[in-house]
Write a protein that binds this ligand. Sequence first.
Ligand code: ADP
Ligand code: TRP
Length: 320
Amino acid sequence: MRVLSGIQPSGALHIGNYFGAIRQYIALQEHNDAYYFVADYHALTSVRDPKVLRGYVFDVIADLLALGLNPDKATVFVQSDVPETTELAWLLTTVTPMGWLEKAVSYKDKVERGLPADHGLFAYPVLQAADILLYDADVVPVGQDQKQHLEITRDIAERFNHIYGNVFRLPKPYILETVAVVPGIDGQKMSKSYQNTIDIFDDPAVITKKTKKIVTDSTPVEAPKNPATCNLFKLYSLFADPGDISEVERRYREGGIGYGEMKKRLAETISATFATARERRAEWAAHPERIAEVRAAAADRARTAARAVLDRVRNACGVG
Ligand code: ADP
Ligand code: TRP
């Protein structure tokens, strides 16, 4: 199976990215032909400083490698190293009805939050469809927020196939329901754009500070609490082992566990979970030339795969 996914270099990666997407990337690299990329063309819709963008791209590659993506198993590449992507985006755009993009929630959300409605933001899902279709992806691991983008991708592919014959393979989203939406410190979906993240590579002291800010109700220590509605518990259950989770769950229901204790436990668990990755991250960061090598080799592989599909598409629609 061809597995493919992308992540935007628009800020530090957070634990929502990890549980919602990256952990699945790591698992799926084992028995599949996996392609993962840093979506810098997409990030241009929000990052407008070239130095900052280059820095984020480097950081995301280093983060993914430190977390366990293995360049001998997976192709970890940068979107703009394969400029064929933008050509396919144009070919797809010619069969994409305006209405599909007008109803895209990510575009509507961004506009509501006051971001300028550039054409790039509007056409974002078409570029994403190009990313996926250009590699004949079968499976696309993502968080719940990307579900609609995947539906639009399939719709565009079906429409293209209907007009030009059987050109594209139809990809399927891979969304793990248990981690589909990881809450942030304010209880909303954790997101780089909401300033509510706990970042994977935050220092332990910062993790402690951020966990202290996690919003809870004001139920006193002795009172019974409902774990299902508590953000702290939700976050804790992502990290802790099953024995600890059921102990904490019991103490929630019986009463006797306070939010202060939970915050401390959570901060310790998060820091411990990423301790090894933090060390590996420092090693990669100290060797930018190794990152450059990984990037160049992956770009070659990705470009070869992309070229074959793009030729097929150009041929089907009569250009070139
Ligand atoms: P952000 O929303 O912080 O900008 P991205 O859009 O770069 O994150 O998302 C990268 C991947 O991480 C996507 O597959 C996305 O669905 C997933 N993801 C992001 N935030 C969450 C979250 N809070 N819970 C689960 N998955 C998430
Ligand atoms: N839009 C995705 C996000 O914000 C990132 C992305 C770009 C992507 N292209 C992709 C994800 C292709 C999966 C497949 O998270």
